[in-house]
Each structure stands twice: as structure tokens, then as C-alpha cells.
Design a protein around this ligand. Sequence first.
Ligand code: FES
Ligand code: FE2
Length: 380
Amino acid sequence: MYINFWYPMATSEELTDKPLKVRGLGQDFVVFRGEDGKAKCLSNTCTHRGGSLAGGKISGDCIQCPYHGWEFDEEGFVKRLPSLGPNPKVPARTRIDAYPVDERHGIVFAFLGDLPEEERPPIIDVPEWGQEGWKSTLQSYTLKGNYERSIENGIDPAHNEFVHDTHGFSGEDEEYHVGEMRMDKVTQWGQGFWHTFKAPPLPKDADFKGAREGAGDLEAGTGYHGPSQVWTYIHLTDDNYMHQYLIERPIDEENIAVYLLCMRNCYTDDKFDENVMDRNLYVAKQDIVIVEDLHPVITPDTNTKEFMVPSDKCILMYRESLKEWSNKGWKIDAKTVAATEKRVAYAIPSPARHEQKGWVLDSIPLLSAEKDSSKLKATG
Ligand code: FES
Ligand SMILES: [Fe+2]
């Protein structure tokens, strides 16, 4: 799992008058909306004696620990420390990590890392958002699987024919093969491709322009952005598009929270929302069955332990990107964390760790940055 990316922590709707305890990257966070209306995200561990802040309550723009009532503001500073009486002099070391928050598309994102603003990888771009003629739905669910396995499933063109009867022929098509993969959306943070595939007939609907009678060629594009976000564009006809964004938060290495944002420029009437979401869930469940039952659960350390074929091209690129981010020193040292976490409370380092020294919680162990990336490639 990687620090220094934006992760979806909750839907906007989930933030009510109660704080939420949200697990991500194997750590706990408290997410809440202050009286100022802004969503906030802090490390969940109280620096006093380890109270779970999400078990406390929102007090104005602060979160109050349920154990002894310390109150932390959105920057992690203690604003109230009741046992010291009114207006106490609060030691700076009591501060907890607070994370930048960006609420958009109905999702509360937090930047889980310590990079300064100008260096942060962006949240996945959703260019259709707010555009005329586009409609959105948002669904969220969890699954018991590894997020890398899930992302790789998302960018794999060859599974559709077998896993999704909505997109393929369940292996009955003798002519089936994966066609040319045309690369697209190549950025510093990800890449993807377009390809043409044969799909079963579209549902005929009075409001749906251009429905086909028989099977036909569909244009589809997909790609990854960062370690846990995928875009999938399906062009049902020349001008009827479904653009989906699978935005994941690794809860830990074996569990995932998924936020599925679906943008469409067809079936735009509200009455189709339910149909679209039902179909999305139908397809997602087919993927979940596969991803929850892969062996090993977590992607192997080297590509030699699986036999890759040309249709796995984008997956190999994703694995190269992960290595690059690991080389930057952004990968959590999961083995060390697992061996020590019963006795050590860790925090994902926040940007304020660059300004202030002396924090109560240890920063989570990270694999050291690799100066010479060619070394890793040679062993991969
Ligand atoms: S443990 Fe949080 S105030 Fe004491
Ligand atoms: Fe799928």
C-alpha cells in the first residue's frame, strides 16, 4: 500500500452529525464534518492514551476524544485539554496528524501522505462532471480482496469475454481474441488503452437512441490512475457513452472499499438511475467473485510467478508504476507493521511533519527509496 495519494474516505452523504471511523492503508482515521460544513480527516489515535477519536463527538469544528475529552482541530492541534483547566498551555507534541481533504463528486477524499501541495498526484480527472448532457450515479461497496488485484482486473481486456455475460459470450465465440490495444491517457500517474470488442446486443429501449439489434463492435477504454483508481469508458454507440470511475481505498491489504462513480450521456432521465446502478452492481459482483478468490491473495512480488500474455500489457505497466512509487519511498513496509502493530500505534505522516518536529505517534514504516530503479526492474 502506498502513501502520498488521494484516497476516498466516505461519501458526502455519510457525514452526518457523528464522526466516522474509517480504515485505510491498514490504519484508522476519523472523518467528520465540522460546524463550518467542511469535511475533516485526522489520524484516529488520540495522543494522550490512545483513545479512538471516532468514538467521541464533534464539538464545533473539533473532534472530542471520548476518554478524557481532549479536543483536536482540523490541523490536529489540541484546542481543549480539560484536565489542565481553562486556557491551558498545550504542548506542541500533543498534535495529531491531519490530512488535506478535497470533497468532490459526492466523495470525501483525503491525501494520505506528507507531500507538499504542489507535489501531490492529482485525484483522478472526471472531465464529464458538471457538463451538460451528463448524469452521474455513485455507489459504494466493500470486498474481501487485494486492491492491486482489483485494479488489475479493471484494466484487463481479456476477462470480459468470460466474466461478464453483459459484455461477452462466456467463451462461446470461436472467433474471440483480444484485438489491438491503443494506448491513451498516458500521464505521470497512469496510463490506459482503447480496444474494440464484440459485445452481445444492447437492450432495446424506447428512450435509448441507437440500440442495436444484434451483436456488435463496442469501443472501450480503460486505464489506471495511481495505485487504486481506474477509468473505464464504454461507448455503446457512436454517441452513447458510459464513463465509469472505480475509486478504491485499500482498507488493508486484503479488503477494499470501492466507490463507483458512473457518468453517462444516455439514459439521462432520473428514472434510469436505478437500472444503471443495478447493472453496475451486477457486473461488479461478477468481478468480486473472481477477485475474492485469487491465489495468492496479494499480487506476487515478481512477475515470474505468473505467466503474462500480450493482453496483460496494461497490467505490466501498472506493476511498473507501482515499482516507481515504491522507489520513491512511498510503499508501506507491511511486514514490519504486521510484526509490531499490536504494541505500536502508527500514523500515516501528514504534510505538517515537515514543519514540526517531535510527534507522539511513530510515522508508519516505509520501504526505503530505491535510488537506482533498474535494480528492481532486473529482479522483476
Ligand atoms: S485518550 Fe484521548 S483524551 Fe485521554
Ligand atoms: Fe470486470
